[in-house]
Design a protein around this ligand. Sequence first.
Ligand code: ACO
Length: 329
Amino acid sequence: MFKSKIIGMGYSVPENIITNHDLSKIMDTSDDWIQSRSGIKERRWATDNVTTSDLAYNACKQTIENSKINPIDIDMIIVGTLSSDYFFPGVSAQLQEKLNLKNVGAFDIKAACSAFIYSISIADQFIRTGAAKTILVVGAETQTKLIEKSTEGRDVAVLFGDGAGAAILTRSDSKSEILSTHLHSDGKHLKDLWMEAPGTNKDSWIDDPINLSKFTPKMNGREVFRNAVTRFPEVINEALFANDLDIDDVKYIVPHQANYRISEAIAKKLNVKMDKVVSNIHKYGNTTAASIPIALAEAVEMKKISTGDIIILAAFGAGFTWASAAIRW
Ligand code: ACO
């Protein structure tokens, strides 16, 4: 068995900044309501001419540059997204073409906010078995193109932003490695965080093609909150236990940026200070599958992470799905 490690990261966010004050002009909300419930001050919304694959491409270019690899060495592309440019095929094949990575395997993973960790886990398995040596893993979203930007959709609309982040995983011959990944789901919560259409279930769309409200994400906020504050600490503890680590051994927890209050609840349950929990939600909002790679790439860019540091990534999202990855940097 081989081991895998992350050798470079990158990210890209749209230029278009939407502040809480901007939102209060198009829906009945306020800066105070949004900040007190979520910690978000502003987010980026992709304009009509910016697609998920565009953001993913920019993040990947930066990632390849930072990794100092020859792109020809990339064996596979895995993209976590629920807002692909088209219903099918996924963003991964578009990226293959844009990056000119000749005929490599490429596929999308639709595991919502957990999709980046799911993708890291898959890449790690391919590299461990020797089936692949170098994999480009991406989280990319323009989910705000789907949200209802009015008072009716305000509970969801104020939370989300757009962006992309990426990592190169390659075979490790040092102590740096992906130590473990743990993936979970509980499908009974399907309708607590979902977008019904377009889908092939005839109830979802085909019998009622003009019900546009089915084409926007819906959230049972209280149920999401209740489950998130349980599952995040649970899956982080699972990672610690699997690697015989104590929370004091961990330099940073990089959670999916769901909501600052959820991150605070994680810190409280794990009995750690918030300076151990990476957060950038105030400036980007919740960018779904892109939030973890953007947060991690920023921490790397700010030189907060050094070789040998233990980092735990953790996610919770639609499905419900939840996951963690323990990394020795
Ligand atoms: N601006 C102003 N008012 C709003 C907004 C808004 N954007 N959205 C909802 N409201 C109103 C509601 O209509 C409701 O009004 P009502 O009382 O007249 O019916 C009221 O605010 C509800 O406010 P609270 O009493 O604070 O509600 P609650 O305590 O249930 O909190 C919240 C709601 C903030 C959504 C909470 O459940 C929560 O934080 N959930 C987690 C949701 C989340 O963070 N999801 C992340 C995305 S999913 C993911 O990444 C996993």
